[in-house]
Design a protein around this ligand. Structure first.
Ligand SMILES: [Zn+2]
Length: 500
């Protein structure tokens, strides 16, 4: 994890090594809330997605992909047009626009602003005569600002860019019901872009106007939520839970509790929901986050959406931005399917148990990951600076599966034709074995190592004079910096055992 002194070094590394660039488009000055990923950033993102997809297939989830633009009626039904709004304050003199809740939280750090009614916020502003920070004009009334990005399709048909992937997945419900032959719970996920017209996006890729979502849904019966088969296997696993009652007592460290204990103590209500928390925790842990920077924070009844029965955020502790939500687990009840049934005149009632006469609209449990936030927080917690002689050594300690390059190959001397030829041959054979490898000869050996350390490459191979004689090379481990001598014929096997 980065220490305060190294934040600048970390932020410049993100740009310098091709992880994150922006705001985009940089050559035109950049538009706030839009960022690009460079080759290293995309390699990291793809490795995360590959890992998630592989795991979710094993857990019985199917993947879908829907359009990112949907007609107005979808967002009327979902409630987004009416409720997906931020309270804002607009300065009458200089047109500065600020989010009222964020502005109040900064002005009154000890007050709980989340979930506060607009009237109460208005009173706070009025009674304390809060003013525009730019021109000192007193703020007037709180206005509502919708976060949806509007567009037109064809000749004047109003449509919106989706603010989440989830809604577009719900719309497939009757197709999924048939496709899975009514095997409940139906487990499905969608990865893709979503768009929110944030008023003043800050915090780099943590709050963008165009961002990625990776959202999982369980369509499930009410009885099944309470009597859930997969719960038995995970009920003893402990998770770092910080429920809202603890937060009321100003506690911010979670308690390690098993699902079973949390249900007994009524911190959680449903075994199927506990299973979703567990799955979110499992998917987070396999990315390599250390335990001590992960917590689940429960939303207070005021903070959560009006239809939600329960909501917990999985948060990662960062140096630069404090606790950052990378995933939300939501019990959305039957709200969404009810609404879309009404607005589309479809009957979503189905029989889920043994009695064909007993029909119900399925409940939805949801696990929503923000891949951009995963990328940022992973990079921050992998970033280390070690003292090494005159210059510090910067190392990204990503788990080997996630590193942009798995292997780097260098000739010890770049002007020796025999050495470079052998090194290039080894590089080719590694690529043929589908090990993501990188060949480099530009610089002294120490510099070549340092470049790969900054990218998180777990293994580096050096080809030297002995290699020409006995076909062995040195393999250096990124974290221990230990070097071992290996025969070239053993290389791919050795590396593959470390990454799978
Ligand atoms: Zn002003």
């Amino acid at each position: 994890m980065i220490i305060e002194d190294n934040i600048e070094t970390f932020n410049s590394l993100l740009k310098r090594r091709g992880f994150i660039w922006g705001p985009s488009p940089e050559i035109y000055g950049g538009l706030a809330g839009f960022y690009s990923y460079g080759p290293a950033g995309m390699a990291l993102k793809n490795n995360i997605l590959t890992l998630f997809r592989r795991e979710l297939r094993a857990f019985g989830f199917g993947e879908v992909e829907c359009p990112t633009i949907m007609p107005e009626i979808v967002w009327k039904a979902s409630g987004h047009l009416e409720r997906f709004i931020d309270p804002v304050l607009k300065c009458e003199k200089c047109d500065t626009l600020v989010r009222a809740d964020k502005f109040l939280q900064e002005s009154f750090p000890d007050l709980m602003i989340d979930g506060m009614s607009y009237e109460k916020m208005q009173d706070l502003i009025h009674n304390n005569e809060l003013k525009c920070q730019k021109c000192d004009t007193p703020f007037g009334k709180i206005e509502e600002y919708n976060l949806m990005l509007k567009t037109e399709v064809g000749a004047g048909n109003i449509a919106y860019l989706r603010p989440e992937t989830a809604t577009t997945t719900y719309l497939l419900f009757n197709r999924l019901d048939q496709d899975t032959r009514k095997q409940y719970p139906v487990k499905v996920f969608q990865y893709g872009k979503a768009y929110r017209n944030e008023i003043s996006p800050r915090q780099q890729v943590l709050r963008m106007r165009a961002f990625d979502q990776f959202e999982l849904q369980l369509f499930i019966g009410k009885d099944q939520e309470m009597d859930f088969e997969d719960y038995e296997a995970i009920k003893k696993v402990k998770m770092p839970l910080l429920d809202w009652r603890l937060q009321e007592q100003h506690v911010d460290t979670p308690k390690m509790i098993s699902s079973e204990e949390a249900l007994n103590k009524k911190i959680l209500k449903k075994p199927a929901y506990a299973y979703c928390l567990h799955l979110a925790f499992y998917l987070t842990k396999i990315l390599g986050y250390p335990d001590e920077i992960i917590r689940f924070r429960q939303h207070s009844p005021n903070e959560r959406a009006h239809y939600a029965d329960d909501a917990w955020d999985l948060e990662i502790k960062t140096t630069q931005f404090g606790w950052v939500e990378i995933c939300g687990v939501h019990d959305r009840t039957d709200y969404d399917l009810k609404r879309h049934g009404e607005f589309s005149n479809q009957n979503f009632e189905i029989s889920m148990g043994n009695d064909p006469k007993k029909k119900e609209i399925p409940q939805i449990l949801e696990i929503a990951f923000g891949p951009d936030r995963i990328i940022y927080t992973l990079l921050e917690c992998a970033f280390t600076v070690e003292e090494a002689g005159k210059e510090n050594r910067i190392v990204l300690k990503l788990i080997p599966e996630l590193a942009p390059n798995t292997l780097a190959i260098f000739p010890l001397k770049k002007n020796n034709a025999q050495l470079t030829a052998l090194a290039k041959n080894i590089y080719k054979s590694m690529i043929e074995a589908r090990i993501i490898s990188f060949y480099d000869e530009k610089g002294a050996i120490g510099k070549l190592y340092r470049r790969q350390d900054e990218l998180g490459t777990p293994f580096c191979i050096t080809v030297d004079h002995q290699s020409l004689e006995d076909n062995t090379v040195t393999l250096r481990d990124r974290d221990s910096m230990q070097q071992i001598r290996l025969n070239v014929s053993e290389l791919s096997k050795h590396v593959k055992t470390k990454i799978i």
